[in-house]
Write a protein that binds this ligand. Structure first.
Ligand SMILES: *[C@@H]1O[C@H](CO)[C@@H](O)[C@H](O)[C@H]1NC(C)=O
Ligand SMILES: *[C@@H]1O[C@H](CO)[C@@H](O)[C@H](O)[C@H]1NC(C)=O
Ligand SMILES: *[C@@H]1O[C@H](CO)[C@@H](O)[C@H](O)[C@H]1NC(C)=O
Ligand SMILES: *[C@@H]1O[C@H](CO)[C@@H](O)[C@H](O)[C@H]1NC(C)=O
Ligand SMILES: *[C@@H]1O[C@H](CO)[C@@H](O)[C@H](O)[C@H]1NC(C)=O
Length: 801
């Protein structure tokens, strides 16, 4: 059913609105470049009021955003939508404002665009590429589009929600609000006024405990955490699939996909799915079990509070304990497997304790009624204790990860049920497994993995046992979906990297080493064992390797925020990296490099340090990847000249690029480039600005002109600490000096970055190995550097002379 009708007749459409030049009146629209979205004035349903909104051009009845939902226009004559000279968006009649939106900063050349994602943005053409001054995605109405983030970020003060329409012809805010909630453990909650209506269940490291299929069904949801807080949740934008989610008038959230014929919506994922998703459906201490004829039951050790009502299927009264907890004289636990865990009404959380410690702690506190591991990855971790009633628990037997909870009961109750419980659990599990057919493979695989781990073949070196799990090829093939194209995370100098999901839920990154020019098996193993010994919190952890036939693969931990370049160079994501965060990242990289060069026994030279080789964990902590790999390609480490240059244009020190001479000082050069890229938000290679052909050249000129702060990313203006920024740029310039002997070593770099008020030496001119600098350096190798060199291209086969 199409609940909206349109009164506006569309005369013509525009692609962009520039201040002063044009306005949109009723009857005119702005369309996105791909013709998917359209912005204009409309009247919903039988309403006599006019609103400015965005809808799908192919299905105009589907309005996804309303600007003036609180400021309806009764008479649409002479009403126009404009952007003023300072970037303010305005709906006005005869100069009188009806609605306005102020950009975050005054713009000098504002322009308004409707992006292909359906995001209406104000950009300043004077500082292109530095994000948006205002975007409708920051002010969602009732619809969540792919590419839009729901945010709850204390640090920036940004918090967004979806608010339902009041009525089918009235877009003003209705009763229902959907938002991220971050008390203790994050989840999504739909409220009706102040009362909860739906919740997804807490994030358990793998999914929301009440929406186990969340990740796969809503395509690849992107979650960003900061110190265990979920600060944003998004469906990444994909142009090939038109998807939206809407909080409807009844407070339900529906996901829809547009059919290929582009004339209708197919609902793909309703929430609530059934009555068990309704908040507190079974009352306190009740368990909702949709698969049984009676949908509510009491936990073991509990009985219905109002048995008569319970008989009549009125579950609201919930359940009571049969006998009170004994506290002093001892209680035990009943395990309930595969549930959406109870709401955290009154709770205690510790993220590091084990389950046994948690149970002990729970038994110590008389008001503790249940406990569980809040995180189910890696076998479970942390301690969550509930006090008082357990509300809104449902069973989810076919979950791909199990959230189990442990309900505390007096020993008397335990005796009568525990044996039963213990025997029953595995049997019911197997039954479920057979029924779904999915979990069976999960268990077989987990068993296989455990077996391989258990049978770890110890690879020996220096009379020391270093154990590195050998992982079977079949496991890797399955985890990466047979090295499917879709799983490729990136292609590095040593071969492609795939994302893998072990069926036990663990995520991994698989580096499949290219076959060409590789050393023998024994040497490879030895090297891998050496790399595995390098452990530092700013280095990516090597979990195992796989050697079968021709194939050699390294298995690493998977880091969910992928690589730093995805943030630093992205107009949108870069805003997540405030100056304090960037400084943390710089210090983390420095500590990692200090360890590689000096503190580890091996003294590793990285040889391919670059921004895309810095990975970020869930809290945006940096971890260096690909270290030590260059060694596996070398015959003799005592010679610091190599036939083969392994590195990336833009990051390579001149002596390394031209003469194949590598040393810790060539790594320092790369580090300097990375520092300057992090601070400026610009790539060294491919950088073009006022005749400078590289970021280094640009920074050098600004240094000489004493305008060095101008190197800094515009987006950092609000958060930067000027002396810290200056110091970092200064150290960056010291690192990229032309002569290797002038560059500092890692301990000095760390000291210079960390100590305030230190007098730093003046840098000499940077060494360039960039396209534009060939004239200057006048070196033969310039010929081998194609002018169109891609900034991220990694070269392994450049023969140095
Ligand atoms: C909207 O208007 C149509 C035609 O006048 C009428 O049939 C319909 O009942 C109205 N709907 C509502 C909800 O008032
Ligand atoms: C921008 O201009 C509008 C009208 O042109 C004015 O109302 C508003 O105050 C201005 N905003 C700023 C930040 O100067
Ligand atoms: C939802 O967002 C709107 C608009 O930003 C805000 O006014 C409202 O207070 C928010 N509601 C809740 C419950 O957070
Ligand atoms: C969590 O528990 C561990 C182990 O008992 C303890 O060392 C740590 O201090 C606790 N953390 C918090 C925040 O209570
Ligand atoms: C039990 O835990 C609650 C919540 O942390 C706390 O307020 C209470 O003091 C604890 N009781 C005991 C006996 O430790």
């Amino acid at each position: 059913m199409a609940p909206f009708t349109f009164t506006a007749i569309l005369f013509f459409s525009l692609l962009q609105l520039t201040s002063g030049a044009l306005t949109i009146a009723t009857g005119q629209t702005l369309v996105s470049e791909t013709q998917v979205f359209e912005l204009g004035f409309f009247r919903p349903g039988n309403s006599t009021k006019t609103f400015l909104g965005i809808w799908y051009k192919a299905i105009p009845a589907t309005v996804v955003w309303v600007a003036n939902r609180n400021n309806p226009i009764s008479n649409s004559q002479r009403v126009v939508f404009t952007v003023s000279a300072n970037g303010t968006l305005l709906i006005s009649r005869d100069g009188a404002a009806i609605w306005s939106a102020n950009p975050s900063a005054a713009a000098s050349r504002p322009s308004v665009r409707l992006l292909e994602t359906g995001n209406l943005v104000v950009v300043d053409e004077a500082i292109e590429g530095c994000g948006y001054l205002w975007q409708s995605f920051d002010f969602p109405t009732d619809t969540w589009l792919s590419g839009m983030k729901l945010v709850d970020d204390r640090d920036t003060g940004v918090s967004t929600n979806l608010t339902s329409w009041r009525n089918w012809d009235d877009p003003s805010p209705g009763d229902f609000v959907a938002k991220i909630e971050n008390d203790g453990l994050p989840e999504m909650v739909v409220y009706r006024g102040t009362r909860k209506r739906l919740r997804t269940g807490k994030w358990n490291g793998l999914s929301f405990s009440g929406l186990p299929r969340f990740r796969s069904s809503v395509s690849k949801a992107e979650l960003v955490f900061k110190e265990d807080r979920l600060i944003s949740l998004a469906m990444p934008y994909e142009s090939s699939i038109i998807i939206r989610a809407r909080l409807d008038l009844s407070g339900s959230v529906y996901h829809y996909v547009m059919n290929p014929g582009r004339d209708k919506w197919n609902p793909v994922y309703p929430f609530p799915r059934d009555q068990c998703d309704e908040y507190g459906h079974c009352g306190p201490n009740g368990l909702c079990t949709i698969e049984k004829s009676q949908s509510c039951e009491c936990f073991r050790g509990f009985v219905p509070k109002f048995p008569n009502q319970w008989e009549l299927q009125d579950w609201s009264g919930g359940c009571l304990r049969i006998s009170a907890l004994s506290c002093e004289s001892g209680d035990g636990f009943v395990e309930v497997r595969g549930v959406k865990s109870p709401d955290l009404l009154s709770y205690w959380l510790n993220t590091t304790m084990t389950l046994d410690q948690c149970k002990d702690e729970c038994l110590k506190n008389c008001s503790c009624s249940a406990c569980a591991n809040p995180y189910i990855t890696n076998g479970g971790s942390g301690c969550l204790m509930w006090f008082g009633d357990l509300l809104d628990t449902r069973d989810l037997p076919a979950a791909n990860g199990f959230q189990n909870i442990y309900i505390r009961v007096p020993l008397s109750q335990l005796d009568s049920t525990s044996n039963l419980e213990k025997k029953k659990a595995p049997i019911s599990l197997i039954l479920i497994s057979i029924a779904t057919g999915v979990i069976v493979t999960t268990f077989i695989n987990r068993a296989l993995l455990l077996l391989t781990r258990w049978k770890k073949r110890a690879l020996k070196r220096n009379n020391e046992d270093i154990e590195l799990p050998l992982i079977k090829m079949t496991t890797i093939v399955q985890a990466t979906n047979n090295f499917s194209h879709e799983n490729v995370l990136g292609v590095g100098g040593f071969g492609p990297v795939y994302k893998g999901n072990l069926s036990a839920g663990e995520e991994i990154a698989v580096k499949r080493l290219s076959k060409s020019s590789r050393q023998g098996l024994e040497e490879f193993k030895n090297e891998v064992v050496l790399i595995a010994k390098l452990q530092h919190r700013n280095l990516v952890r090597l979990l195992g390797c796989c050697i079968e036939g021709e194939e050699m693969m390294l298995i690493y931990e998977y880091l969910e925020n992928k690589s730093l370049d995805r943030f630093v160079f992205d107009p949108d994501r870069r805003k997540l990296l405030t100056w304090p965060k960037r400084f943390d990242i710089i210090m983390g990289i420095t500590r990692g490099m200090l360890y590689l060069h000096h503190d580890s026994r091996l003294k590793i030279i990285h040889r391919d340090l670059k921004t895309s080789n810095i990975l970020l964990d869930a809290s945006l902590n940096p971890k260096i990847s690909d270290f030590g790999l260059a060694r596996t390609f070398e015959e003799d480490q005592s010679i610091s000249r190599t036939r083969r240059v392994i590195g990336t244009y833009g990051y390579m020190a001149p002596e390394y690029a031209f003469h194949g001479k590598f040393s810790v000082k060539s790594d320092i050069y790369s580090l300097g480039v990375v520092l300057l890229e992090i601070i400026s938000g610009k790539k060294n290679s491919g950088f073009q600005y006022n005749d400078h052909h590289s970021l280094l050249g640009h920074a050098w000129v600004l240094w000489k002109e004493k305008r060095i702060m101008e190197v800094m990313d515009h987006c950092l203006k609000g958060t930067c600490d000027e002396t810290q920024v200056k110091r970092c740029i200064h150290v960056g310039l010291l690192c990229v000096q032309k002569l290797a002997e002038d560059r500092p070593i890692m301990p000095s770099v760390a000291l210079m970055l960390a100590t305030e008020g230190r007098i730093l030496p003046d840098p000499e001119e940077p060494g360039f190995f960039m396209e534009g600098s060939c004239r200057r350096s006048n070196l033969q190798s310039c010929a081998t550097s194609p002018p169109s060199m891609n900034a991220t291209l990694t070269i392994t086969d450049l023969e140095a002379r």
